[in-house]
Design a protein. Structure first.
Length: 148
């Protein structure tokens, strides 16, 4: 004799304390915590830090040391959601390489850089913040990083 299963229907409803609906892709709104005025300046500063890695990469290659260089970046305290992490990954993951390799504590991401070519592509991604039209992903990713 087959047993019958009782599969009750559950009702899901937005909580009263929720400020916005939880739409797919986060509703594509700029976050309230995101400061957008300093995005170009942060881009320049981050590119300077990234550029300082180039001689170290060259030195490693000259010594036949092909172990990737690992950098830490500190996240904004409110950038823990999926969208900011995805935006940050889009800045660092170049040519189908996953360069975001880990998390350190609650507020740091570990980024690997294999070679100078990858480094130049990452730097180029940050340079997009100084264009006439900056897309939301670039704003969200740079705004979600507190420090490299």
């Amino acid at each position: 004799m087959a047993t019958t299963r009782n599969l009750p229907i559950k009702f899901f409803q937005k909580r009263e304390k929720d400020e916005s609906s939880n739409e797919a892709n986060g509703g594509k709104q700029i976050r309230k915590w995101l400061i957008t005025d300093n995005i170009p300046e942060k881009s320049v500063r981050f590119r300077q830090v990234l550029s300082s890695v180039a001689p170290k990469l060259d030195e490693k290659i000259a010594k036949n040391n092909y172990i990737p260089t690992v950098m830490r970046l500190r996240l904004h305290k409110k950038a823990k959601a999926k969208d900011p992490r995805k935006a940050i990954s889009s800045m660092f993951n170049v040519e189908q390489k996953l360069n975001v390799i880990g998390i350190n504590g609650n507020d740091e991401l570990l980024i690997k850089i294999d070679n100078r070519n990858d480094l130049q592509k990452i730097i180029f991604n940050f340079s997009k913040a100084e264009g006439a039209i900056v897309n939301d992903t670039t704003i969200l990713s740079i705004g979600s990083i507190d420090d490299l």
